[in-house]
Design a protein around this ligand. Structure first.
Ligand SMILES: CCCCCC/C=C\CCCCCCCC(=O)NCCO
Length: 594
């Protein structure tokens, strides 16, 4: 009987059984491969995490520095409370040794890291560098080094010999860099002691600070909010006093956004004013809009000291593409009256009341100092963001990003963008029209469309031409007003709730415009959100998806969040930008002390 059944089945269903069996085998094989890949990825990430944790643990039990100076009143370390300028004076005078300063800062960095998760790892060579500094105490050599003994933090994407730069992507784990970034080499030559590396978002192409390797950094003013990004770990550690000076990079606002959101100062110079050699940049083949390196610090004077120290012969020799222009102190220190443009709305996303007020407060400060302020109508931001900036930045339809992420764990903060880029282009295009028409939101819809169009060389040249035309238009408008500098919102809104940046991405026009133009721009803290600012959110529009989220996020729980303004100059006018930042900071400091 059984034989008959088998024969029958074999005769009639043989091909079907065969196909089923084969499919099952293939399916099982795929499952096994996927599991093994996932396991390998888990192990890779875990190994990296253990390595980083050990590097930090090594320093948690450091003995207190021999010369530890504790102020009797507050029991806090005096070293940590000193400004960068004063600390350098004390290091030069030999009041503190470099090793003592390093120990204080390492301990402070680890302490703030427990709460805010801003540090990814400690730099083990820091101890030797600090000891070398102490060996040359009071020597001629020491006096030639303007940053002698100063601990400095670095964003994770700055190359350090023998360390990985991953930008939060596991594909890059286990590929140690062969040499230090040029900026790092120059910092060391000038006596600085790089001591910790700080956190970034996965890919660095967003302003949230989270990735599957190092986790999520939070804002030191409110742990339910993000620090901004992509140099979020830097801004966080500086605001929390775990570092005095750090370095980040910026292609859409990555230095300025976190400075604004954490209440610290940062400068995005003109591209090329500082070397970008040895900085991990995922989409480095895109050279129409470049990522710029720059300093971040507690105050403007620290930025000036850093720029002056970096713009030296060592920098010009190590990277001959950097124009040999030393820091022009005479421009920074000039006291002539300036003509300053200002605007509060760039025509794309309305800034929230606190960000508007920050610009108006800054305007009042500058007017009180005798400068002339004129309203500046910033041209066409609405179109240039979706028709020039986004199509250039994601000019390969995000293929490079996708290539690096397709086998990785994707951070929830960028998951939706990355997944949608992996869909066929026509599906992306269809979705963008659905958003534009069904959701009646052309801001998001147009943004989506701009990144899914395929481009050939002809299209790319046309884009480059449009960029040049816009630069020309902007410059002639600037010239027609005879402006020296421009002030504008630091961003459209303060710190964003954790995990929510994707809902308000459009805010980036306030900073990205100056990457597109390649104008130097710096951010300086001006104010903090007040109850009145929050109450003013009642008037905020709700026409688009972005606006609805902004209204939701900034109508409550934002009092006390820092707010900055940007100061913008013509290319290579970093000294003038810093001068205006300093003028704003000075008056603000006096105001707060009165
Ligand atoms: C992979 C996530 C992409 C999210 C979608 C982005 C869409 C528009 C926003 C553009 C944001 C650009 C932020 C640039 C941040 C920056 O300056 N990074 C430094 C680059 O190294």
């Amino acid at each position: 009987m059984m034989e008959m059944i088998w024969e029958y089945t074999y005769m009639y269903f043989h091909p079907l059984i065969l196909i089923c069996c084969c499919s099952l085998i293939v399916y099982c094989y795929i499952l096994i491969v996927c599991y093994r890949r996932r396991d390998a990825l888990k192990i890779k990430i875990k190994t990296k995490q253990d390595q980083c944790r050990q590097s930090l643990e090594k320093f948690t039990k450091l003995p207190a520095p021999v010369n530890r100076v504790i102020t009797r009143r507050s029991k806090k370390s005096e070293i940590i409370d000193l400004s960068l300028e004063k600390l350098l004076d004390k290091l030069k005078a030999g009041t503190y040794g470099a090793k003592d300063v390093l120990t204080e800062y390492l301990q402070k960095a680890l302490e703030v890291n427990k709460e805010f998760k801003c540090v990814v790892e400690a730099i083990k060579e820091a101890e030797d560098l600090a000891m070398d500094c102490d060996k040359m105490r009071n020597s001629k050599e020491q006096h030639k080094r303007p940053l002698h003994g100063l601990p400095v933090s670095l964003k994770e994407n700055y190359f350090l010999k023998d360390y990985d730069s991953t930008a939060g992507m596991s594909d890059y784990i286990g590929i140690p860099c062969k040499e230090d970034a040029v900026i790092v080499q120059v910092l060391k030559k000038q006596g600085a002691v790089p001591f910790v590396r700080t956190n970034i978002p996965q890919t660095m192409m967003t302003y949230e600070c989270s990735n599957p390797i190092y986790g999520q950094t939070v804002n030191p003013h409110d742990g339910t909010k993000g620090p901004g990004g992509s140099s979020g770990g830097e801004a966080c550690i500086i605001a929390a006093k775990g570092s005095l000076l750090g370095f980040g990079n910026d292609i859409g606002g990555s230095i300025r956004i976190p400075c604004h959101m954490c209440g610290v100062c940062g400068l995005k110079p003109t591209y090329g004013r500082l070397s970008a050699k040895g900085i991990f940049e995922l989409m480095s083949g895109q050279t129409l809009i470049n990522a710029t390196t720059g300093p971040m610090a507690r105050d403007v004077t620290s930025l000036v000291i850093a720029m002056e120290a970096l713009l030296c012969d060592d920098m010009f020799v190590l990277d001959p593409t950097v124009p040999p222009i030393p820091f022009r102190m005479e421009i920074y220190e000039k006291t002539n009256e300036l003509k300053i443009g200002y605007y509060i709305f760039d025509g794309y996303l309305k800034p929230v009341p606190a960000c508007k007020r920050a610009v108006m407060d800054a305007k009042a400060i500058l007017e009180r100092q005798g400068h002339e302020l004129v309203h500046f109508e910033v041209p066409d931001v609405k179109d240039i963001f979706t028709e020039i900036y986004l199509p250039i930045i994601f000019g390969d339809n995000a293929k490079t990003l996708w290539e690096c992420l397709k086998n990785d764990n994707i951070d929830p903060t960028i998951w939706l963008a990355v997944r949608s880029w992996s869909l066929p282009k026509f599906v992306q295009w269809l979705m963008s029209w659905v958003v534009s028409y069904i959701y009646n939101d052309n801001i998001v819809g147009k943004g989506m469309r701009s990144t899914c169009k395929s481009k050939n060389v002809y299209d790319w040249w046309k884009l480059a031409e449009r960029l040049q035309k816009y630069k020309k238009k902007f410059l002639s408008l600037w010239r027609s007003h005879k402006l020296d500098v421009l002030i504008c919102p630091g961003f459209a809104f303060p710190a964003v709730p954790n995990g929510a940046v994707f809902n308000v991405l459009g805010g980036v026009t306030y900073t990205a415009l100056y990457n597109l133009l390649d104008y130097p721009a710096g951010t300086v803290p001006i104010t903090k959100v007040t109850r009145e600012d929050e109450a003013g959110m009642k008037e905020y529009p709700t026409n688009t998806r972005y606006e609805r989220f902004i209204k939701k996020y900034y109508s409550e729980d934002t009092v006390g969040l820092p707010v900055g303004v940007q100061c913008v100059g013509l290319p290579y006018q970093e000294e003038l930008v810093l001068r205006v930042m300093k003028m704003l900071e000075n008056e603000n400091i006096h105001h707060h002390h009165d």
